[in-house]
Design a protein around this ligand. Structure first.
Ligand code: MN
Length: 243
């Protein structure tokens, strides 16, 4: 049975709340997509599930500091300015319904709302604790689609390196529950196109230039070393209903 996105959102949000309260490293279902409005009704930068230097040497503390505390915060700040004129709603819903917003709000919501959603997913897609290759339903689905896990990695990497300019590369699930690799420009994401993101890598230069300069390939390889496959598997299970 397929689990609806609302249930997925709520479950991950509950996980986040509990973890935030305990101030523990990320363990259970988390992703906080719906838990990103404060009581005052504004979107919020989520708690980082590890220390800023925890992903060293793959992602430097300096990059994490700038990326998490400056870039993400900047998107959220600007999103809240725009959101003051919009009905309160979870970020996924906002992004799914961009076309129904007043014309002048569509681009800022796309950029800042997309930026908020994407970065939240990104932080929670990484972990300092090696999770190994995915098994279970996710592992089976990857092998069914790409032949081997290594072949999938090759294709994901290629997508991330192919994108010209700023954007993201994704492993997503389409409405037929088919896995797709896709790239989106700027802060666009699969949700805007009716798909569910399972894993996303930020390939804006701000994500890697300080550490890897122009070598996006080295950054993508580093990212692949810290992917939290347990988290990706949870997203897959929630979106597909497969255990
Ligand atoms: Mn970024």
């Amino acid at each position: 049975m397929s689990i609806g996105e609302n249930q997925w959102t709520r479950r991950e949000a509950i996980g986040h709340t509990a973890l935030a309260a305990l101030a523990l490293p990320m363990m259970g279902p988390v992703s906080l997509m719906a838990q990103n409005r404060s009581e005052r009704g504004s979107y919020e930068v989520p708690t980082l599930p590890y220390a800023l230097d925890a992903l060293e040497p793959y992602i430097s503390a300096k990059i994490m500091e700038l990326h998490y505390t400056k870039h993400h915060r900047g998107y959220v700040h600007k999103l809240n300015q725009v959101a003051a004129n919009i009905e309160q709603q979870p970020i996924e819903k906002l992004l799914q319904n961009i076309d129904s917003l007043p014309q002048k709000l569509q681009t800022p919501v796309r950029n800042f709302g997309g930026g908020h959603y994407n970065h939240t997913l990104y932080w929670y897609s990484m972990t300092p604790t090696t999770t190994g290759q995915p098994g279970g339903a996710l592992g089976e689905a990857i092998v069914a689609k790409y032949g081997t896990f290594d072949e999938f990695i090759k294709n994901f990497r290629k997508a991330a390196l192919t994108l010209f300019g700023s954007g993201w590369a994704w492993l997503s699930l389409d409405k037929h529950q088919e896995m797709v690799l896709e790239i989106t420009r700027n802060q666009d994401n699969p949700i805007m196109f009716g798909r569910t993101p399972l894993l996303g890598v930020d390939v804006w230069e701000h994500a890697y230039y300080l550490q890897y300069h122009n070598r996006r390939d080295r950054y993508v390889d580093a990212f692949l070393n810290v992917v939290n496959w347990n988290r990706v598997a949870q997203r897959y299970q929630a979106a597909s209903g497969k255990q």
